[in-house]
Design a protein around this ligand. Structure first.
Ligand code: MSP
Length: 527
């Protein structure tokens, strides 16, 4: 039974609307999901929203509406954005749903019964205004807590704790044994170092007097669970996990067929959330080492070298960009101008420049001029080269190599690399057209010139067909546009099944294939 490729992203906080960072992560996951479908694999892509917690409770109070209503409005904005950006997920996680609450409570009860959760007292300085305990990190240079914390008092509070430290040795040995637990490598090293420094257990509750917008502890109605058991559990609760069954092998097959997942997260939530709390939680509820998820950690988009933040007022709104330039232009920019795992600086200027240079002038131009010439010189009909293609060997090798890499990559393609190389192939063909000057060949009466012209146009059309397949994870709409104009697989127009890596083989367009009329695919953006 083939496994389903299961991919998840972080679920997004619903205390404020989505920004470009959220869009990046979801488009990245969408691209990887589409890439696996292209290989013919079954895919389950789960994403969603993180609806509980202090931040939401505070934002809702500020807006003067109940938290349940507040999260509905923000959740809708995320749903709208994913639709707009063609992010196509198979599962949707909302942490206020009943199914999720049951799984979270079931897990907490099991861990409580097994002695992995205990009650303890905490004493310390507490900011009444910010509703949180303060540590020495919050003290200013003068050793005092600043005015932003308002009234600070000494408090004692009881809470529940998860025995995190019990699992430290296990986590170290797991990370030492599995070299690709975290991608890229330097993030695994960062995590390993953080685990080595780990001490103490994890506070997992808040008294209801402080926070009531959360999931109640099943063993103490005066408390809700705070953040991590609520948020992280989404990855299994929406994949069919049954908390009443402790052995992984007795879990429903719907869950076992999917798990473990490839989990895409930003660099800020590797340590400690996913790399420590989540892996330990899974271990504590009985998951073995080979059932641990793999963590793909991406970098952040900054603005002018600085972090984007709502308080600094420098967040980029993805709705505005998608309306202005179109979803495909934004997807292309987000995938091509950042190296997977690294940070990058967001630049609207570069978005426009790169779209115009690589999509409008390069790929769009190749499609337009190829179809124009096939219409003009060959009444719309392609002629398959009689001998094997006369293309230079290195060009054919270039395609083969790229297609082979797509096939071989087990986890993820690197979108910036493959989109760049696919578009490079388009520029090679534009170069052929310039060098061979088909408009001159068309005027010649020599049969060998005619043959050369027909071969060239066939090769250009064929290159477009293959490029469309290769770019389809990043630019699905453009890939459909190319197929439509080539008049290829019309019966599957608009459907994702239209693209398959198995078709990315040179020479599939038949002799006398009739192509469509050219329509500008990437109209130039006027600056
Ligand atoms: N709700 C938590 C995660 C819980 S996962 C069980 C959370 N939410 S978040 O809305 O703050 O962030 C969601 C994702 O967006 C994270 O993976 C985060 O790294 C990513 N990004 C937030 N800002 C970003 C950028 N500026 N650039 C790229 N990704 C960024 O954390």
């Amino acid at each position: 039974m083939p496994k389903t490729f299961f991919i998840t992203t972080a679920i997004d906080y619903t205390n404020s609307p989505p920004h470009i960072g959220h869009a990046y992560e979801k488009v990245l996951a969408d691209v990887i999901a589409r890439y696996h479908r292209l290989k013919g694999e079954e895919v389950f892509f789960l994403t969603g929203v993180d609806q509980h917690g202090q931040k939401v409770q505070q934002s809702a109070a500020k807006a003067g509406i109940p938290p349940a209503e507040f999260v509905k409005v923000i959740t809708q904005k995320f749903v709208d954005l994913w639709k707009k950006l063609h992010v196509q997920y198979d599962g949707w996680a909302e942490t206020t749903s009943d199914r999720h609450k049951k799984v979270v409570q079931g897990i907490l009860q099991r861990l409580f019964d097994a002695g992995q959760i205990y009650k303890d007292k905490q004493a310390g300085y507490y900011s009444v205004r910010q509703e949180q305990f303060l540590t020495d990190k919050e003290r200013g240079a003068d050793g005092q807590f600043g005015a932003e914390w308002g009234e600070v008092e000494f408090r004692e509070e009881e809470n529940y704790y998860f025995r995190l430290s019990r699992h430290k040795e296990w986590l170290l040995s797991y990370l030492d044994d599995r070299k690709d637990a975290v991608i890229p490598d330097f993030r695994q090293t960062e995590l390993r170092n953080a685990v080595a420094r780990l001490s103490g257990d994890l506070c997992i509750s808040r008294p209801k007097s402080r926070l009531n917008w959360g999931i109640e502890l099943p063993f103490d109605k005066e408390f809700v669970t705070y953040v991590w058991f609520d948020a992280l559990t989404n990855y299994i609760s929406f994949a069919g996990y049954d908390p009443s069954l402790s052995a992984f092998n007795s879990q429903p097959s719907t869950f076992r067929d999917k798990w473990p997942a490839l989990q895409i997260i930003g660099k800020d939530i590797l340590v400690p959330a996913h790399g420590i709390y989540w892996l330990v939680m899974l271990h504590a509820i009985g998951f073995t080492d080979d059932q641990m998820p793999q963590l793909l950690v991406h970098g952040w988009w900054n603005l002018g070298g600085a972090k984007m933040s709502k308080s600094a007022g420098n967040v980029i709104d993805p709705f505005v960009l998608a309306d202005k330039y179109g979803a495909e232009a934004l997807r292309y920019y987000l995938m091509s101008d950042i190296a997977l795992g690294k940070d990058a600086d967001f630049s609207e200027e570069r978005l426009v420049e790169s779209y115009n240079a690589n999509l409008a002038n390069n790929l769009g131009n190749l499609l337009n001029r190829t179809l124009n010439m096939v219409q003009r010189y060959c009444v719309g009909s392609l002629r398959k080269p009689r001998e094997s293609s006369k293309l230079p060997a290195d060009v054919i090798d270039g395609y083969r190599q790229l297609v082979n890499e797509y096939t071989a990559a087990t986890v993820s393609i690197y979108p910036d690399v493959v989109i760049g190389r696919s578009l490079y192939l388009a520029s090679v063909f534009n170069g052929f057209i310039e060098a061979q000057s088909p408009w001159t060949l068309a005027k010649s009466s020599k049969p060998e010139d005619r043959e050369f012209l027909e071969d060239l146009l066939y090769d250009c059309a064929e290159s477009l067909r293959i490029i469309a397949i290769l770019i389809s994870p990043v630019l699905p709409k453009a890939a459909h546009g190319i197929f439509d104009q080539l008049n290829w697989k019309i019966e599957l127009s608009g459907r994702e099944e239209r693209f398959s890596l198995a078709d990315a083989e040179w020479g599939k367009l038949a002799d006398e294939h009739i192509v469509g009329k050219p329509v500008p695919l990437f109209p130039r953006i006027q600056e």
